[in-house]
Write a new protein. Structure first.
Length: 280
């Protein structure tokens, strides 16, 4: 039993060493990833009730030679911790807006509304945030009306007045705002109603359970009815099955994103989807 225990302990230590080593390797590699051009963006379609593309969400990808493909869920928190998220966020903004300009010039399909870009709470919290966004709009010459900034309830660590002031400055330029992962944070709708928002994105955890869990059904129902009172659009994330889409449509949701329609795709495929302009 003792040996068994020691064996287990040994195994446990190895596992920890591995993950610590892995983490260290990730940190090291992240420092060079930008200059080595290891990041790229993929684009996931957002569709209306008939499956037509109304937008894309830009999602960050990292491919490193040693580590392989690392998911943003793993490397973004590390980038945040080691102080790289500012630079990386800037790269995402530049790259996404540059691509948006190309699509804009090629002619976007009639129902296309916005390209969504994820903004990390620390990016939003910077005093220079408004300037950063205005600057990328000017440099890339995009129509600001085509930009949807996805922020999370995490940005509410700042005072509501300063959050609202930043958003209002950009709102004046016609930039759109969505609340990402809505329902998973702690902010109340009473709080959010003071912000110039355009859309709530219902978190995929609710969508995943909608056909089996009556609670999720009730939560989504409530979000949709409150959003309509506040004049906000609602987009359901993580729609994987037709059945989920049908239920969501029945309760008044008409914007969707998820594997059922399309996975995030590389830029050439995204361009082809826009040119094709057919329902997904
Ligand atoms: P998110 O913003 O909530 O993005 C949606 C995530 O759900 C994406 O994961 C997407 O690939 C995934 N997804 C979409 N449809 C489905 C579906 O039907 N089923 C399931 N199971 N998943 C689906 P991804 O690309 O791995 O990104 C994870 C998170 O990393 C994002 O969650 C976001 O918080 C963060 N992230 C990604 N790109 C960026 C970025 O450029 N900047 C920042 N700050 N965060 C980013
Ligand atoms: Ca998002
Ligand atoms: Ca989300
Ligand atoms: Ca998320």
């Amino acid at each position: 039993a003792k040996e068994n225990g020691r064996g287990n302990l040994h195994f446990y230590n190895d596992a920890m060493r591995n993950s610590a080593a892995e983490r260290l390797a990730m940190e090291k590699a992240l420092h060079y990833a930008l200059e080595k051009d290891e990041f790229y963006l993929v684009y996931q379609p957002q569709v209306n009730d008939r499956g037509y593309i109304i937008g894309f969400e830009a999602l960050l990808r990292w491919h490193n030679k040693e580590l392989g493909q690392v998911s943003p869920g793993r490397f973004i928190p590390v980038a945040e911790e080691i102080g790289l998220i500012g630079e990386l966020g800037q790269w995402v903004l530049d790259t996404a807006c540059h691509q948006l300009k190309i699509w804009q010039d090629a002619g976007l399909p009639p129902r296309f509304k916005t390209l969504a870009i994820n903004i990390s709470p620390s990016q939003f919290a910077k005093d220079s945030f408004v300037d950063t966004i205005q600057d990328v709009i000017e440099r890339t010459n995009i129509d600001p009306n085509l930009l949807d900034l996805e922020i999370t309830e995490g940005m509410l660590v700042e005072s509501i007045t300063s959050v609202a002031a930043k958003m209002r400055s950009l709102k004046e330029k016609n930039v759109h705002f969505s609340i990402d992962d809505f329902g998973t944070g702690y902010s109340s709708l009473r709080y959010l109603q003071h912000l110039p928002l355009d859309q709530l994105k219902i978190d995929q955890s609710f969508v995943r359970d909608i056909s089996s869990d009556p609670n999720s059904h009730v939560i989504i129902n409530t979000i949709i009815s409150m959003a309509s009172h506040m004049n906000l659009s609602v987009l359901a994330e993580g729609v994987e099955h037709g059945e989920e889409k049908d239920i969501l449509m029945r309760i008044g949701c008409s914007r969707f994103q998820g594997y059922y329609f399309s996975r995030p795709v590389e830029v050439d495929t995204a361009t082809a989807l826009l040119l094709n302009d057919a329902p997904l």
